[in-house]
Design a binder for this molecule. Sequence first.
Ligand SMILES: N[C@@H](CCC(=O)N[C@@H](CS)C(=O)NCC(=O)O)C(=O)O
Length: 200
Amino acid sequence: MYKAYGSRGSRVSRVLWMLEELAEPYEFVEVGLRSAEAHALNPSGKLPVLADGDFTLTDSAAICIYLGDKHAEKGLGANPGLRGRAEMDSWMHFAQSELEAPLWNKLRHRFILPRQLRVDVGPAVAYDFANEIATLDKRLAGKEFALGDRFSAVDVILGDIGGWARGGKIPIASERVNDYLDRMLARPARGRAQANGGSF
Ligand SMILES: N[C@@H](CCC(=O)N[C@@H](CS)C(=O)NCC(=O)O)C(=O)O
């Protein structure tokens, strides 16, 4: 059985959501961020971490890609071939490096950084995030899901990031992106993951 390590309200939500979509059995193991246990699992002390037997993997997007590929018959992984892999990588890098980065920056300045380092990044975050939402709007044009006509690991990551933004009341000025997020965030698998501890 998979073990998903994380703290409530952390990015472990994505891992639990992905496992629920795959209908794979798992155990959610609650571990404090930067705790000794977290450092034993990941040199940075950051979570989530997935354990698949004696194989452990860090970083939420990599974990979701791994799970999608490992259970390829369930249809949540990359499209076949080099281009399918590149398409998946492109989406995941966009999701984390562009869309998530400003939101994470805001959260870091609110809760995570030492108090003396915190500054008001609100206006810069709003500017960057709005630009990336405009990009997402264009990338989703004519598509029900990120990869086209099927749900995949990419939608878990994008959906979870959208859930952060909504939770933080950061405006999303795109009807297409909001409709997409409504569909992703209403998925029963996400509801089950949240009930099991993956709420954000
Ligand atoms: N790239 C990592 C980022 C992991 C990460 O930053 N996790 C947060 C919780 S959601 C954390 O452990 N923060 C503790 C810290 O920043 O020290 C991922 O996507 O999993």
